[in-house]
Write a protein that binds this ligand. Structure first.
Ligand code: GLC
Length: 581
């Protein structure tokens, strides 16, 4: 790979695009690109810092487009880049139609879109409709305008319970810990109403029954679509509608843990997660997306742990795709994996939508670290992992096997920045460095999500590993481990045994083989502890989750394997292979 200094905004030219990519982009139906797309998640704060302030930015993304092009992904999903006080890393937005100055300018955003498109890369943004920042002009106006004002109706204000209103209006819990209500001080200095915040206190929930709210988000969608944005990831898409009357949660086993959970199976009605009325909003949004000549697309972030409930978000007149968190949560156990895949495929095909497969994102512990633990019980957060013995070598080996499974399955896939480098969760960030609001809201008991958000290493042997330009004054916003020199993109490039080259080769094969991506699979009958399937006339993926090696099909030609085969040509434990039969 040619190293560029992060400040340089050179991107790869048409000549640098691999031949197969150019050929495919000429023949594939542009309207259907999302059915097979591999989308790279750019967690902007931690991807690449172009201006040397220790925080990733748009200049940094522009300087690394050639890397993404060479990696072989189809699109980028960029986490929120809107103006924000950053109480929740940009998921607290003050203006949905502008760019946070620390990340760049609207002009730079438009330049990025143009450059990405010229390279055949689509760009998806993140929209945050459940809540705004408490510094959003609407919320400031609501606080100032007082009890009973029309301004307050755009949010969820209620009087407190008890004689003096000092008890929260109901028992709902914030996802980040503690009550989901905060009491304001009115402009005359008296203690006033409470407002709902399912996340941090700085993230007041919007009232989606209010026409202004619906109209304003439709305006924002068009604003970005008109500038060429190809789609949106919808933040907590399953939380917008609250049951009228805001009743307390009545799950049989209601508890703090359950109230805070996004996901739950079997599904039961809940006053604010996954309510049926939310779908009407997405039908309206779909009409907007379809009104563009090159239709725009949506992906739902909806933590509903039952494939049948998830499929409701991707019915033909709703969203295009949804993150498949059941797959992300599955332990590295053959029966779990196969059941999850089979159930997902059945529920998605019933509504005609392609599944997506995802192993990590900015909210969960990196999968190398999850797979490094005993696999009895699914867990997704760092707190689920701490205290369990870890073997990172095993975790990386399984992660290599998992990506061949992921990219071999029908539909689309997401790659979270740094997973292609094999990064593990940073579990020992100093307490003083933690920035996730979960840390404070949990009374400093839950270390939160910072461990998967550490700025990624590009080059060199010491922090900031090329994340910031040479000679930058500011350190990366989260400290990087001292032992990442071997994990930089530079160090892995050209090493056929590296995680990065495994991803590059898998993506190259996926592009070249038309039986991969959207479509169907046929399961193979394999020994216990292994799973495998055929796609098209001759592509086979085998995954060995058992302790013993398994045979490859007769006359199989190996295309790519996650680990070297045994001396007698069998697939060892915790390994996957792609072959042609
Ligand atoms: C989503 C985001 C997460 C954020 C939360 C509140 O789950 O992925 O990072 O904290 O929504 O906006």
């Amino acid at each position: 790979m040619q190293e560029q200094s992060p400040g340089e905004h050179s991107v790869c030219s048409q000549d640098d695009i691999p031949e197969v990519r150019r050929t495919l982009s000429l023949i594939s139906d542009p309207g259907d690109w999302w059915r097979s797309a591999v989308i790279y998640q750019v967690y902007i704060r931690s991807f690449c810092d172009g201006n040397g302030d220790g925080l990733g930015d748009i200049a940094g993304i522009r300087s690394r487009l050639s890397y993404l092009c060479e990696l072989g992904v189809d699109a980028l999903w960029i986490n929120p880049w809107y103006p924000s006080p950053m109480a929740d890393a940009g998921y607290d937005v003050t203006d949905y139609r502008d760019v946070e100055p620390r990340f760049g300018t609207l002009d730079e955003a438009e330049a990025l879109l143009g450059e990405a498109h010229a390279l055949g890369l689509r760009v998806i943004l993140d929209i945050v409709p459940n809540h705004t920042s408490d510094q959003h002009p609407w919320f400031r106006a609501a606080v100032a305008a007082g009890h009973g004002s029309p301004e307050r109706e755009r949010y969820v204000f209620r009087p407190g319970r008890g004689e003096d209103g000092s008890e929260p209006p109901n028992g709902w819990r914030s996802v980040f810990g503690g009550t989901a209500w905060h009491r304001i001080t009115e402009s005359d200095g008296s203690l006033g109403e409470w407002y709902l915040h399912l996340f941090a206190r700085e993230q007041p929930d919007l009232n989606w029954e209010h026409p202004d709210v619906r109209a304003d988000f439709e305006h924002s969608l068009r604003f970005w679509f008109d500038r060429g944005v190809d789609g949106f990831r919808i933040d907590v898409a399953n939380s917008l509608i609250k049951q009228s009357g805001l009743p307390d949660v009545e799950w049989p086993q209601a508890s703090v843990e359950f109230d805070q959970e996004f996901a739950r199976a079997p599904w039961q009605a809940h006053p604010h997660w996954d309510r049926d009325e939310v779908h009407e909003i997405y039908r309206d949004w779909r009409r907007i997306a379809d009104s563009y000549a090159d239709p725009r697309v949506f992906v739902a972030e909806a933590w509903v742990d039952e494939p049948a409930r998830l499929a409701r978000y991707i019915r033909p007149d709703e969203l295009h795709t949804a993150f498949n968190f059941t797959y992300l949560r599955s332990p590295w156990l053959a029966d779990h994996l196969q059941n999850t895949v089979a159930e997902t495929l059945a529920e998605h095909s019933a509504v005609g939508a392609p599944p997506t497969w995802v192993l990590s994102n900015h909210d969960v512990a990196r999968h190398v670290s999850r797979y490094a633990r005993p696999q009895k019980k699914p867990g997704r957060s760092l707190m689920d992992l701490l205290g369990q013995p870890a073997d990172l070598e095993v975790g990386r080996r399984r992660a290599r096997a998992a990506v061949l499974l992921t990219l071999g399955l029908p539909g689309g896939a997401y790659i979270y920045q740094g997973e292609e480098l094999g990064l593990a969760e940073v579990e020992d960030l100093p307490e003083g460095a933690l920035r996730d609001p979960t840390w404070e809201r949990s009374g400093q008991t839950d270390r939160g999500r910072d461990g998967c958000r550490v700025p990624i290493p590009w080059s060199g042997t010491d922090p900031p590993y090329g994340f910031s330009p040479d000679g930058s004054k500011a350190a990366p916003w989260l400290p990087q481990p001292a032992d990442w020199a071997g994990l930089t993109a530079e160090a892995q490039t050209g090493d056929p045994l590296s995680m990065l080259e495994l991803y590059r080769e898998a993506l190259r094969i996926r592009r070249a083989d038309s039986s991969l991506g959207d479509g169907d699979l046929a399961w193979l009958d394999l020994p216990e502890g292994a799973l495998g399937f055929q796609r098209g006339a001759d592509f086979v993926c085998l995954v060995n989750v058992s302790a013993d090696p398994i045979d490859l099909p007769d006359a199989a030609v190996v295309l790519l394997s996650s680990t070297e085969l045994t001396a007698d040509g069998r697939l060892p434990a915790d390994a996957s292979v792609w072959c042609s039969v």
